[in-house]
Design a protein around this ligand. Structure first.
Ligand code: PHE
Ligand code: NA
Length: 447
């Protein structure tokens, strides 16, 4: 418990890459492009960016500060700052969210791995990519196989530990991801007719905005930044005291936002250029894009790069989701890392079976108009994460107190200085904004 053997990132750079690895994921590419497409493009993107700056950044600093101060994973962190109170339940909510998110995340990541291999065979014009995708997800065994493979890859890294596993692989995979992304953006923007996609993406239409748009934008901000569930508390707990918190968080936010915006530039111009519908839903990346790749010169190669990028991004995020649960078992229950990883990995594999089978054996299951995977996604992204963020901000503002967050954020002094303004943000803006959007969005979505 907060002992001297606790692993630490080797440097600030190691932390930033690992945390950016957590942030940059399916959320930036698959989830961002489909929610932005569904919610009408630019107006949604604008609300999302405002949420990132006003809510995401202060909350990220808060979470890292809690972890760094206590040197504990989420449940222990809340216990150590507020002993003998029920606040540790906020950490427990995060552990629960980690289970829910990783179990559907791994299913979608599995589709992505499968498509990386499909792309090697080439995406060719004239095929019906909708049928191909439907055949893939309605099959009983293939999606289970890819989901299992993805969990095994995640386990290989997490069993190796924080420095030799997570940090090492983030340093290898994140630069690869940036290079691939840039290649895809250049390809998308140089296609004929790409400008219609660029203007869909950049010219807002505020007529379409509803409570659901705000909830979706807020949920997306939380999901994409890995906020509201203790990932950053956990990763912050491995951050050495000599490194600054507020600047590091700025780098993580900057990288995540850049990848999301660039992914939009890689995807929408290509979708428009070839006359597809941007509101393609969850299938946008898996149905529309292979069809787009099939039509473009060198499409098989770019398709392979795209799904490789998606799989890499998913993998570095999965590390962080699994690490939240594993760190809790190590810190609080004294478990061995390997044993904890294997057990949790196996449970998550099992929890992932319902969403995997939600298109085949369990396709009759429909919860409030959503299939099982959408339900996991909705509950975790739009409810558990904002709720976790709401509780964390109330905790930091009123229980731990903003002056303590400010002290930790500025220690040692960085370029971005946290001043008294932070107190207003954490005590008033965050609870009111998150609370209001949560209630309004839920009412608007269901009633
Ligand atoms: N941020 C990741 C993404 O954008 C998903 C994630 C959410 C990871 C919550 C960890 C915690 O894909
Ligand atoms: Na993200």
């Amino acid at each position: 418990m907060g002992n001297g053997n606790r692993e630490q990132w080797a440097s600030r750079f190691g932390f930033i890459l690992a945390a950016a690895g957590s942030a940059v994921g399916l959320g930036n590419i698959w989830r961002f492009s489909y929610v932005a497409g569904d919610q009408g493009g630019a107006a949604f993107v604008l609300i999302y960016l405002i949420a990132i700056i006003l809510i995401g950044y202060p909350l990220m600093v808060t979470e890292i500060a809690i972890g760094r101060k206590t040197q504990q994973s989420p449940i222990g962190a809340f216990k150590s700052l507020a002993p003998d109170t029920p606040w540790w339940l906020t950490g427990a909510l995060g552990v629960l969210a980690a289970f829910v998110i990783l179990s559907f995340y791994s299913v979608v990541a599995g589709w992505s791995l499968a498509y990386t291999f499909k792309a090697i065979g080439g995406f060719v014009p004239g095929l019906d990519y909708e049928t191909i995708f439907v055949e893939h997800i309605t099959d009983v065994f293939a999606p289970i196989f890819w989901h299992a493979l993805f969990m095994i890859l995640t386990l290989l890294v997490i069993t190796a530990g924080v420095v030799k596993g997570i940090q090492r692989w983030a340093k290898i995979l994140m630069p690869m991801l940036f290079v691939i992304l840039i290649a895809l953006v250049l390809r998308g923007l140089t296609l004929e007719g790409a400008s219609a996609g660029v203007s869909f993406y950049l010219s807002p239409d505020f007529g379409e905005i509803t409570g659901e748009t705000f909830l979706t934008a807020l949920g997306q901000a939380f999901f994409t930044l890995s906020l509201g569930m203790g990932v950053l508390i956990t990763y912050g707990s491995y951050l050495p005291k000599r490194e600054n918190v507020s600047d590091s968080a700025g780098w993580v936010i900057g990288m995540d936002t850049m990848v999301a915006l660039l992914a939009g530039f890689a995807i929408f111009p290509a979708v428009f250029s070839l006359g597809f519908d941007p509101a393609g839903g969850v299938g946008l990346a898996f149905i529309t894009l292979p069809a787009v790749f099939a039509e473009m010169p060198w499409g098989g190669f770019f398709g392979f790069l795209f799904f490789l990028l998606l799989s890499i991004a998913a993998l570095t995020s999965a590390f962080s989701l699994l690490e939240v649960v594993v760190a809790w078992l190590i810190d609080e229950k004294g478990w061995d890392r390997i044993k904890a990883s294997l057990l949790v990995g196996f449970i998550i594999f099992l929890l992932g079976l319902p969403p995997t089978l939600g298109y085949s054996l369990l396709s009759h299951v429909n919860i409030l108009g959503m299939d099982i995977l959408d339900t996991y996604d909705f509950i975790s992204g739009n409810i558990l994460l904002p709720l976790g963020g709401l509780l964390t901000s109330i905790f930091a503002g009123y229980v731990w107190k903003s002056k303590n967050v400010i002290a930790e954020a500025n220690n040692p002094k960085g370029k971005i200085i946290f001043g008294e303004w932070y107190g207003y943000i954490i005590q008033y803006l965050l609870p009111l904004a998150i609370g209001a959007v949560l209630i309004w969005g839920i009412v608007d979505t269901f009633f």
